[in-house]
Design a protein around this ligand. Structure first.
Ligand code: 5GP
Length: 189
């Protein structure tokens, strides 16, 4: 998606050779017009699948995922991080390692919101080592829901996430694929 690539080149900030900051349009301040175009692009790519729900992870996945859900006219479910289990017995849960924070956290979903009848599209802002996406897949397994595809806004293709998802024969579609981050230089595939 050319507009997204231009935003990344203009406003993105490569903190080092592995982390890209995009706080001015995706992760803190959100460019809603860009988000709408992102929603259109994903919706068009996955339109032939019978998606019943869009799934993402709080917080940064919510903006793009919501636009996709709006375009596909299906509900958006977001996985919560580190939820107390005291009042909520019926949860799907799994542990995930955070690439940016280098800590483990727990992901959970109320069992009411995913079932074996769901055909799910997982959307996230970034793909790095695939931990978040594989965690979402484990939640979907617990719900016996079907994963129809994975949509990623920014894929860092030099990390192992894509190959781990492809190994599972999942349709993965990324809007921008970065092959190299090097200070000022951001190179796309
Ligand atoms: P993974 O689980 O694939 O290793 O990492 C993906 C998750 O980590 C995404 O949900 C995203 O929030 C965060 N993440 C990974 N790499 C980056 C990055 O370069 N920049 C930002 N802002 N977030 C990242």
């Amino acid at each position: 998606m050319d507009k997204l690539k231009n935003y990344i080149l203009t406003y993105g900030n490569a903190k080092d050779t592995s982390v890209l900051k995009v706080d001015s349009f995706l992760n803190h301040q959100i460019d809603v017009t860009l988000m709408e175009e992102i929603g259109d692009d994903f919706a068009q790519y996955f339109q032939h699948k019978k998606i019943t729900k869009v799934l993402t992870i709080e917080t940064s996945g919510i903006a793009p995922a919501m636009m996709v859900a709006l375009k596909l006219k299906v509900p958006l479910v977001f996985l919560k991080k580190n939820v107390s289990k005291i009042h909520n017995q019926d949860l799907y849960t799994t542990k995930v390692h955070s690439f940016t924070k280098d800590i483990d956290y727990e992901l959970s979903c109320n069992a009411l919101f995913l079932s074996n009848e769901d055909h799910v599209l997982f959307i996230d802002d970034f793909l790095a080592n695939g931990e978040a996406c594989l965690g979402a897949m484990r939640i979907l397994d617990q719900a016996q829901a079907t994963l129809e595809g994975v949509g990623i806004v920014i894929e860092k293709s030099f990390q192992k996430g894509r190959s781990l998802i492809e190994e599972k024969n999942i349709d993965i579609y990324s809007l921008a694929r970065i092959q190299k981050l090097d200070g000022e230089a951001i190179e796309f595939l």
